[in-house]
Design a protein around this ligand. Structure first.
Ligand code: NAD
Length: 339
């Protein structure tokens, strides 16, 4: 917090629709008088000693400010540099990815009353990036699971459940097939659970979770789900689909020191630059950030304005079935703020 009473937060606007949705956040925050000063940084990768790295200024900014809000970053498929998102997660050791999905009252989807919380291990598993060609036509990709990283994310899941008042933690896995890797995750979970006697623990097979969730997601409303990286990636997008799509779902990447909050969606190149993007996901990610910083009253005000605007349905973006531009939605949210 600076002398002017404002907190400095790093802002990574990102690619594609990133700058458009970041503008909505900036406009709404200034209208709501949120005591935050944005420090915009460029994360265009550079090559240093043969490795792709994030510019030092960006790293210094996040390290100094502890919190960042991040737009989507485009990753070229199959070639060139490693995913910048992965690089950011590794650089700041953002070991847990928290993804809540809550139905917006008044916005009709095939499922009502969804309120899931999913925590994804963010640093290893299938996304360790260890791949090699054995011989032409045969590649091997290694799923790395360590007790240390599993324990860290599992412990966080139990603490998170305690903090938000959920009574149960459920580990999602495929230890029936991946006996050693998921087996280690599961046995670590059972051990960590012993330290949290007030929280119930159980486990479920991933395929079973998918089936049950699309049949009726509401039994998951009292639980925190925790799982290895790839499963969390896929299952959380599925949860996003239950509540109306990627335009609505926030996430937070939590580390020991720093945390980076970001929308679940990507850079949406198909609609970029046309003011068609829905800024809600980035906005709700920034609400998670405000809550993380203890600025709950500002979060509550903005969140109510967002939900009211969506429920009214007059000024919503194309992904939700409306016709409004990104900035028109942001203006409607500003009008709905309690002054
Ligand atoms: P995407 O999420 O960008 O888009 C999927 C679909 O959802 C598109 O039709 C898009 O128009 C729509 N969509 C996404 N966000 C929206 C929003 N806010 N409002 C309205 N519609 C929205 O996924 P993709 O096309 O597979 O990926 C595009 C790029 O983004 C890739 O380079 C990918 O690597 C990257 N990506 C980045 C992140 C991240 O930075 N965290 C996450 C996922 C994908």
């Amino acid at each position: 917090k600076g002398n002017d009473g404002k907190y400095t937060v790093t802002l990574i606007e990102g690619d594609g629709i990133g700058p458009e949705i970041a503008q909505s956040v900036k406009d709404i925050y200034s209208a709501a008088n949120v005591p935050i000063k944005w420090e915009s940084v460029d994360v265009t990768p550079r090559l240093k000693d043969g490795k792709t790295v994030i510019p030092d200024e960006a790293i210094d900014s996040v390290t100094k400010n502890y919190v960042a809000l991040k737009g989507p970053l485009a990753t070229p498929v199959g070639k060139g540099h490693v995913s910048l998102n992965l690089t950011l997660r590794r650089t700041f050791n953002l070991f847990a990815n928290v993804r809540p999905c809550k139905s917006i009252v008044g916005y009709k989807t095939p499922y009502d009353g969804v309120d899931t919380v999913l925590i994804r291990e963010n640093t290893e598993g299938e996304y360790s990036g260890i791949e090699h060609v054995v011989v032409d036509g045969v590649v091997q990709s290694i799923k790395l699971i360590t007790r240390e990283a599993s324990e860290r994310v599992l412990r966080f899941a139990f603490q998170y459940a305690e903090e938000v008042g959920r009574k149960k933690v459920r580990a999602v896995h495929k230890a029936t097939i991946m006996k050693m890797s998921d087996g280690l995750f599961l046995s670590t979970a059972r051990n960590v659970a012993k330290d949290f006697p007030n929280i119930e623990f159980d486990a479920e097979l991933l395929d079973n979770t998918c089936l049950k969730m699309v049949t009726d997601p509401t039994p998951y409303n009292d639980k925190v789900l925790v799982m290895p990286n790839l499963y969390g990636d896929i299952l959380s997008d599925m949860c996003a689909g239950l509540i109306g799509g990627l335009g609505l779902t926030p996430s937070g990447n939590i580390g020991d020191e720093c945390s980076i909050f970001e929308a679940v969606h990507g850079s949406a190149p198909d609609i970029a630059g046309k003011q068609l993007a829905n800024p809600t996901a980035l906005l709700l990610s920034s609400m998670m950030m405000l809550q993380h910083m203890g600025l709950n009253e500002y979060a509550d005000n903005i969140q109510s304005a967002i939900f009211k605007t969506i429920a009214e349905g007059k000024t919503i973006t194309g992904d939700l079935g409306g016709k409004s531009k990104t900035y028109e939605f942001a203006d409607a949210v500003i009008k709905a703020l309690k002054k």
